[in-house]
Ligand binder design. Structure first.
Ligand code: G3P
Length: 218
């Protein structure tokens, strides 16, 4: 499984978000690999309408409808075709109570929650909230091109172990620095069910080639 986070990169926004989402759809179809995209709120309705692969939000606010200026909640992203959302990404950290609110709300709406964590302890803690996925991403490796599956394999292995001990159904992803097919395969060998990545593909000179290489198509 590959979850491609477009973040707020220019190369993954507006027209280019749709182009990259279509590349992800094409590579997913040709390789048989599950690939999903996490796009900017402003691109979500358009991208979700135009591609068959799953489209996620990168964040949601821990609120229902009401007097919450500027907020975007789970019901809103569902309305526009999102499959679910990243929660507590290292670049959008949340309080534990808000993570719990969002995970419960997404579960209630039959949507997918992907809670991002920074180490083994926080992975253990948030697994108790029963998210669909937990994605362990050591912040110091994010954007580094140094893959967590190579630089800190023990973090991935232990995160999988503790998550499953707390909540057997939770599925574990890992991310940070994942760029090559070898990084991806290594993550799976360590027990992760997939990877969460951004710059290795979104910032690549040739995004299609980078994604094809990641899944092992070339
Ligand atoms: O959401 C995934 C992201 O934080 C990892 O970033 O650029 O190291 O793939 P990157």
């Amino acid at each position: 499984m590959i979850f491609l986070n477009f973040k707020a990169y220019r190369e993954g926004f507006g027209k280019r978000a749709l182009e990259l989402a279509k590349i992800a759809e094409n590579v997913s179809e040709r390789s048989g690999t599950y690939i999903a995209v996490a796009v900017n709120f402003l691109d979500l309705p358009i991208v979700a309408k135009e591609v068959k692969i799953d489209v996620f939000a990168q964040h949601i606010d821990a609120v229902d409808f009401g007097a919450f200026t500027g907020a975007v909640n789970a019901e809103m992203i569902k309305e526009y075709g999102a499959k679910g959302s990243l929660i507590n990404h290292s670049e959008k950290r949340m309080k534990l109570a808000d993570i719990d609110f969002c995970v419960s709300k997404l579960r209630e709406l039959k949507m997918i929650s992907i809670v991002c964590t920074n180490n083994v302890s926080t992975t253990k803690a948030v697994s108790a909230l029963r998210p669909s996925f937990v994605a362990v991403e050591p912040p110091e490796l994010i954007g580094s091109g140094i893959a967590v599956s190579k630089a800190e394999p023990e973090v991935v292995e232990r995160a999988v172990k503790v998550a499953k001990e707390v909540c057997e159904e939770v599925r574990v992803l890992c991310g940070a620095g994942i760029t090559t097919h070898e990084d991806y395969v290594r993550a799976l060998e360590l027990g992760a069910e997939g990877v969460l990545l951004a710059s290795g593909v979104v910032k690549a000179k040739d995004q299609k080639k980078a994604l094809e290489e990641l899944v092992g198509l070339c």
